[in-house]
Design a protein around this ligand. Structure first.
Ligand code: 16G
Length: 253
């Protein structure tokens, strides 16, 4: 709980208004989200209880409960039975969408230690989706790499990469970085096309990423190409919504 003076500033009831066309619980959720994201409330601060927040903001406990539930589902708060509500700050990273980098390069360039846990590593006949994305004949084989990726031990993304065996003959060739392995085999990723959409994480994925079920995430589909335009990689991944900002630079055409 922040000190008394700070609490009066952070939990100022004038931030909520009946004349705004947004339900009160969403106004409160927005206010608390801003405090957490800006770092004005941090992990040292356990959040005041429902009753104290209701009193501070002059609203009902039901409204407070709904706001806290919203932020818990987003992964910003963690409710520990009997111990209260805690702020769940995770590494927050910005990734430039226009740069073609590997996860390993991206994390290392920020001074973070990249990590990977293998969920599976297999050789299989391409599914129709993979064949379409990679331009393969029916019956062609792909190497499928399913990994949980982390930075400094915090899980950030689940990635399922499929690469034609023509470029990566066996899965065991990849130990840490897929892109380093492909480059060493003479197949350098040159260009990629990505499609992003917002999703909510299902139970098993949420568990792997250490966030509550239903937490928001970015689903990214990437097709990576060689310099001559041949598809090299098809990746489907879920990035934790609370840990990533994707930044795009725009310029006049
Ligand atoms: C990034 C790429 C992914 C690629 C991986 C290789 C996105 C959305 N995805 O995570 O397509 O397979 O890097 O990383 O950026 P690695 O070389 O560390 O295995």
């Amino acid at each position: 709980m922040p000190s008394d003076g700070r609490a009066a500033v952070l939990f100022d009831p004038s931030v909520l208004s009946d004349s705004v066309p947004l339900p009160l619980y969403l106004q409160l959720a927005r206010h608390l989200r801003n405090l957490i994201v800006d770092g004005r409330l941090d992990e040292k601060d356990a959040l005041p209880g429902e009753r104290e927040l209701a009193e501070a903001f002059g609203i009902s406990r039901v409204t407070v409960r709904k706001a806290l539930r919203e932020l818990t589902a987003e992964g910003l708060l963690r409710q520990r039975q009997g111990a209260g509500t805690f702020i769940n700050r995770s590494p927050h990273l910005e990734q430039r969408l226009s740069a073609l980098t590997s996860f390993t390069e991206d994390m290392s360039s920020r001074g973070l230690t990249p990590g990977s846990v293998w969920l599976s590593r297999t050789l299989a006949v391409a599914t129709p989706d993979e064949s379409m994305a990679l331009g393969l004949r029916p019956g062609a084989e792909v190497v499928r790499l399913h990994r949980l990726r982390s930075a400094n031990g915090t899980p950030l993304a689940i990635e399922l990469s499929s690469v034609p065996t023509r470029f990566l003959p066996v899965p065991s060739l990849v130990e840490t970085s897929l892109y380093d392995t492909l480059r060493s085999l003479g197949h350098s990723p040159f260009r990629a096309l990505q499609r992003l959409s917002a999703v909510r994480l299902a139970g098993e994925q949420a568990n792997l990423l250490a966030v509550p079920e239903g937490a928001p995430a970015l689903y990214i589909e990437r097709r990576t190409f060689l310099k001559d335009g041949t598809p090299l990689e098809f990746v489907r991944s879920q990035y934790r919504g609370d840990a990533y900002d994707f930044v795009v630079e725009l310029s006049l055409m």
